[in-house]
Write a protein that binds this ligand. Structure first.
Ligand code: FAD
Ligand code: UDP
Length: 374
């Protein structure tokens, strides 16, 4: 069999960007993926002329110009701005937490009124900390935005998303969300955001153009013991614990399942993302995919729409591992696996699964752009 410079396990953004850069450096690559198609979690399926984000809604955002220029050199991005709406017992609130949310929550109309209200709402939690840093998500949220917002927009959503109490989750998860004293519903603080024009598959196709790829191939079934016969080096973007045959124990993951349906209306919920923040609904959010790429009249030119309910569940064997669960046990175990990974000769562990880190797309691409030598 032909000897490649790299065998790349996984065609997600880490694997695909690696292959792109390695090819330009004159190296040969074979990319394998156990799924029936390429692209990892950003793969989209076309249904009724709409790109459906099959493995969860993906919005690209970054402040890194180098990353933004790189992805736009492969495919141009649109100007989609993520501004999700939260539904709590039938009442709608804008996200992230900003002047619109505070007005909807308390009727306050100026930043000074909102600040006073938040100060009053968080006083008890701040006093309880007694000067120390918030130790968990509940403390972080209560000291950031206070009790009303915690109870209506955070507590139950987070319990649904993570299957754990807010007091058992790390503070950093909620630090991702901005709190703004202006009327601005843009979910991200980043300078650049958007969706590839024509969909994410265009980005993946561009990255993997001219690279040999095989789908429906599981590394463990076909290459684990023989990859050195095929390639000089291995790039592994699957789950790190699986690579080591779970010898230190299994890492926990959260997974998401999607109930996707076509609705016979051009506009089902008027927004790409609506979060359901109470336990009344078993799903965390409903995605209406067309709003990522169709704007204005185009929404109505496309007569139907596709929506997905997202259900977050605990990972079991055979499911898709999506989110690392960053509690103390898993962080410590992942660190032990990372030590083993460092000792593995000629193997690069990359991506969300390979590093057991809660990476967005842009940091994954950035990591590959930072590799100096292929
Ligand atoms: P992946 O895309 O997961 O690719 C890994 C690939 O490896 C998969 O295709 C898998 O099939 C393959 N593989 C694994 N094991 C094997 C094996 N043994 N043999 C062969 N192939 C194997 N990021 C954002 O920036 N914005 C968002 O809005 C956003 N939304 C998200 C929503 C959800 C539900 C999830 C789960 C993630 C989201 N992300 C988002 C994060 C984003 O998906 C990741 O940053 C990105 O996919 C990481 O790319 P990757 O290559 O590391 O992993
Ligand atoms: N979150 C919340 N209410 C919301 C949206 C988010 O409480 O309506 C919390 C929740 O704990 C979630 C975290 O904020 O895990 C981060 O949200 P984000 O949307 O960034 O997560 P993603 O699903 O993109 O990983």
């Amino acid at each position: 069999m032909k000897k490649y410079d790299y065998l790349i396990v996984g065609s997600g953004l880490f694997g695909a960007t690696f292959a792109y850069r390695a090819k330009r450096a004159g190296k040969t690559c074979l990319v394998i993926d156990k799924r029936p198609q390429l692209g990892g979690n950003v793969y989209c399926e076309n249904v009724e002329g709409i790109n459906v984000h099959k493995y969860g809604a993906h919005i690209f955002h970054t402040s890194n110009k180098r990353v933004w220029d790189f992805v736009n050199s492969i495919v141009e991005f649109n100007r989609y701005t993520n501004s999700p709406v939260a539904n709590y017992h039938g009442k709608l609130y804008n996200l992230p937490f900003n002047m619109n949310t505070f007005y909807q929550m308390w009727g306050v109309t100026t930043p000074a009124q909102a600040e006073a209200k938040i100060a009053e709402q968080k006083a008890e939690a701040v006093a309880a900390l007694n000067g120390r840093e918030p130790a968990n998500l509940e403390e972080q949220a209560l000291t950031l935005v206070g009790r009303d917002i915690f109870e209506k927009l955070i507590k139950e959503y987070t319990e649904k998303q993570w299957g754990r109490k807010c007091s058992e989750l790390p503070a950093f998860i909620i630090k991702r969300l901005p709190v703004r004293m202006v009327f601005d519903n843009n979910y991200f603080n980043d300078k650049y955001q958007g969706i590839p024009i024509g969909g994410y598959n265009k980005l993946v196709e561009g990255l993997l153009e001219g690279v040999e790829c095989k789908t429906n191939v599981d590394f463990f079934a076909e290459y684990k013991n023989s990859w050195r016969d095929v390639a000089d080096k291995l790039v592994y973007t699957g789950a790190v614990d699986e690579y080591f045959d779970y010898k230190l124990g299994k890492l926990d993951w959260r997974t998401v399942s999607f109930k996707t349906r076509v609705e016979d209306t051009p506009n089902f919920q008027g927004n790409a993302v609506v979060n359901y923040t109470s336990h009344d609904e078993p799903y965390t959010r409903i995605i209406e995919h067309k709003h990522f790429e169709m704007f204005g009249a185009a929404v109505y030119d496309c007569k139907k729409t596709v929506v997905s309910e997202e259900y977050s569940t605990e990972y079991k064997d055979g499911m898709e591992p999506y989110y690392p669960v960053n509690n103390d046990r898993n962080n410590a175990l992942a660190e032990e696996y990372r030590k083993l990974a460092l000792q593995e000769k000629d193997v690069i562990f990359g991506g969300r699964l390979g590093q057991y880190k809660y990476f967005d797309m842009a940091p994954v691409i950035e990591q590959v752009l930072n590799i100096e030598k292929f």
